[in-house]
Write a protein that binds this ligand. Structure first.
Ligand SMILES: [Zn+2]
Length: 422
């Protein structure tokens, strides 16, 4: 274990090494029955903790019709679901003596949300990430190139020190110009970068740059994160970086952490952090460690394609798996018959088509939906033949297919699966 882990453990007053070791052992250790028992017990415990100690949570339960004298014995599936808005609206729902730090979620697709985490919840973030790095043969705090949603120049001194200690080399994910990407290549060589981390879309721009300039780099892995996994990344990474790509899904509000393994067959969930339930494809999470704010049966706002996969993976891990992340629950449009549908309702088949490298759905002027496909194999005619019938079966609104048009990016560099344009 290198000195950075020790220094960080001292600075952050927690044993990061132990958290990492626990995670490593956890991945392979438990049967389905053991996982269910463990998760259910811990979920019940955190529920009872907030029920007994958190006046704001009690008020929330009462507002949802729960009788407090019956709350202790409430069946799990009768505990009310809670949303970000419920937490925003609640008074006195933070247990201040348990707050370790505050985090703010991005304000790109919805309103920013600031929430507290208790110590274990806050500190578990990097030991969770290191599990993914370990698959690439990368040790904690090895040099990493991070594509982030902000400009280096605006970093505070504290952030600069933190990044230096963490061995992060950061670049702005929205400024993927040729000159920045050339600089990135230099940094990768000079600093012996082992891993690149960023949004799928920014990673995709970088990999295409490597292809277009016929540049080969030597790294151990790429970790992508976003709601829109891009298959082309896997092919390009193998060719130009001689490494694999692992998609990762995390939502710190709710303490979800899930990651792909080399089998690329779903996202393994670290269940020592959260209990996950899937209700109508929505990902519902209970943060098992956060004693500062209740994230109990919390509607994460993210959607998946189906139930959890509970069988052992070919990689040997017994951790349950999410069947991918299919976008936000705000990816909803109204069909002609008034039904509200998620775009994933008709985009689902595109995900398993290896010749569609990326796609995006744009709603123009509340009228037609436009699906922009990125592909170097298909013609528009091919796509019409293959998918027109399937889409028409589920959507009554006019849907136009276009090919290889420019993908719309948000201000922070993220590429949403669904965009509404006025
Ligand atoms: Zn696996």
């Amino acid at each position: 274990m290198n000195w950075r882990v020790w220094v960080m453990s001292i600075l952050r007053k927690g044993n990061l090494r132990k958290m990492y070791k626990d995670n490593l052992a956890f991945q392979y250790a438990h049967s389905q029955q053991e996982i269910d028992n463990y998760v259910d017990e811990r979920a019940r415990a955190i529920y009872l903790y907030h029920l007994r100690n958190n006046p704001g949570y009690q008020q929330f339960l009462v507002s949802k019709g729960v009788k407090l004298d019956e709350a202790e014995n409430l069946a799990w599936d009768r505990i009310p679901l809670m949303t970000k808005q419920d937490l925003r609206d609640a008074d006195d729902i933070v247990i201040k003596s348990n707050v370790y730090n505050y985090t703010k979620t991005g304000g790109s697709t919805n309103e920013p949300f600031e929430y507290p985490a208790s110590k274990d919840s806050a500190l578990s973030m990097w030991p969770s990430h290191w599990i993914v790095h370990e698959q690439c043969g990368v040790k904690p705090y090895s040099p990493i190139l991070m594509l982030m949603a902000y400009n280096n120049a605006t970093k505070s001194l504290a952030k600069k020190i933190y990044h230096w200690l963490s061995n992060f080399y950061t670049y702005d994910s929205f400024l993927m110009t040729d000159s920045q990407m050339a600089q990135m290549c230099q940094t990768i060589r000079r600093k012996k970068i082992q891993l690149i981390y960023g949004y799928s879309s920014s990673i995709n721009q970088f990999l295409r740059y490597l292809r277009d300039t016929d540049t080969h780099i030597n790294i151990k892995g790429i970790v992508t994160t976003s709601d829109n996994r891009i298959k082309e990344n896997y092919l390009l990474a193998r060719e130009y970086c001689a490494c694999d790509v692992f998609d990762q899904y995390g939502a710190h509000d709710g303490d979800i952490f899930a990651f792909e393994c080399k089998c690329h067959d779903g996202l393994h969930i670290l269940h020592n952090k959260c209990k996950i339930e899937i209700i109508d494809n929505a990902i519902i999470t209970t943060a098992l460690q956060n004693t500062a704010m209740p994230f109990i049966r919390y509607v994460s706002g993210d959607m998946t394609h189906g139930d959890l996969i509970k069988t052992k993976c070919a990689c040997g891990r017994t951790l349950y798996r999410l069947q991918g992340v299919a976008g936000r629950n705000t990816y909803i449009f109204k069909d002609l018959d008034g039904r509200e549908l998620s775009v994933i309702y008709f985009t689902y088949p595109f995900d398993s088509d290896m010749d569609i490298l990326q796609y995006q759905v744009v709603e123009r002027n509340d009228e037609k939906l436009v699906v922009n496909f990125i592909s170097n194999k298909y013609t528009l005619d091919d796509i019409e033949k293959k998918y027109r019938h399937q889409v028409a079966e589920v959507v009554k609104r006019p849907v136009e297919f276009v090919l290889n048009e420019e993908i719309i990016r948000l201000k922070n560099g993220k590429v949403p699966l669904f965009v509404k344009q006025k």
